[in-house]
Design a protein. Sequence first.
Length: 129
Amino acid sequence: MAEYNAQTNDEIDHIRDFIILHYKLTERDDSEYWRYCNSMSVLDSLEHKIRLFKDTGRIHSRAEDLFSNVAWQQVMLGQGIAPSAYHPLADAMSSDQLIEYHRNIKSIITQVVDKLPLHQDFINAINRR
């Protein structure tokens, strides 16, 4: 029971931080509410994630976390945080290797997208249910 409670509390804290991140990093300032959100203090766990991303471009998470590193990165980048550094492993690859790596990613994405239905076909299929 104690282990279950500890894991549940840990997961709730992780979800809390992810949700608060959206509000803390907002650029909205058109009301007192949004100004408060932008200036509010956050718990050390979230402050650490923000600082780590700002300084290194990295996110630390565990395999069992609900939100992936990509989800955290998307929110931070989408809310205007530009890391001041990048992963040093990128320097281990030549420009040609990096170009090939990105071509491979683009190819994989294209292959997946090409298999997806058109938006209208998807909507039509849902409406037929």
